[in-house]
Design a protein around this ligand. Structure first.
Ligand SMILES: [Zn+2]
Length: 206
């Protein structure tokens, strides 16, 4: 009898994780996404000087954003000088957003927790173009640079940097993302408004 019960248990489908239930996918499990993941908020290497979440290298995005990213990766691979992307931030639980707001309570740069970040909908991605060894291409600034130099329309930049930023903007737009005026690295997948703000914790890597 005990064996029958165990067999039944084994035959039952595995329960989906809350992240899967919310249609969030770890981009590193997607074959068509040969991207690099370097989550700055999982390390002290971000503007707060502290890790904001502990997720190792798991980068979750809503499956609609994943589809968009696949298109962007394919377009980047078709360029005269092909490249891929290094991902700096993906899905960000609402609790992590609160920590960012506490560190920089300025709505020009950090979404107030009440409004919520589009990253908490799994529809936004922060990224930098990089070569196939994971070395970033020349871009205007580092991540989370809160100066005009990070603005999408800032022009006082070397020609190659301007070209790289324009190529990134064009590719992401073609792939179904909109860009942000103040942060060249941030893109929102269209349809983000229809997705809920989530506070599912990221699985920790211990
Ligand atoms: Zn962002």
């Amino acid at each position: 009898m005990k064996h029958v019960f165990l067999l039944l248990l084994c035959a039952m489908p595995l329960a989906a994780s809350p992240l899967e239930d919310a249609n969030l996918v770890d981009v590193q499990t997607v074959e068509e996404l040969p991207v690099f993941v370097s989550l700055r908020y999982a390390t002290p290497n971000n503007f707060t000087g502290k890790p904001i979440y502990n997720t190792g290298t798991a980068c979750y995005l809503h499956k609609e954003a994943v589809e968009g990213l696949k298109k962007a990766v394919a377009l980047a691979a078709e360029q005269e000088e092909p490249f891929t992307f290094c991902l700096w931030d993906c899905y960000r639980p609402a609790s992590a957003q609160k920590k960012l707001w506490t560190a920089k309570p300025n709505p020009n740069y950090v979404a107030p927790p009440k409004k919520g970040s589009r990253h908490s909908r799994g529809m936004s991605v922060d990224l930098i173009p990089c070569d196939f060894n994971g070395t970033p291409l020349k871009m205007p600034t580092d991540f989370d640079n809160f100066t005009p130099r990070a603005h999408m329309d800032y022009q006082k930049l070397p020609k190659d940097v301007l070209k790289n930023r324009e190529t990134l903007k064009k590719i992401m737009t073609q792939a179904g993302f909109t860009y942000t005026r103040t942060e060249w690295w941030h893109f929102d997948k269209t349809g983000w408004k229809n997705k809920p703000l989530l506070d599912i914790p990221l699985e920790t890597e211990n």
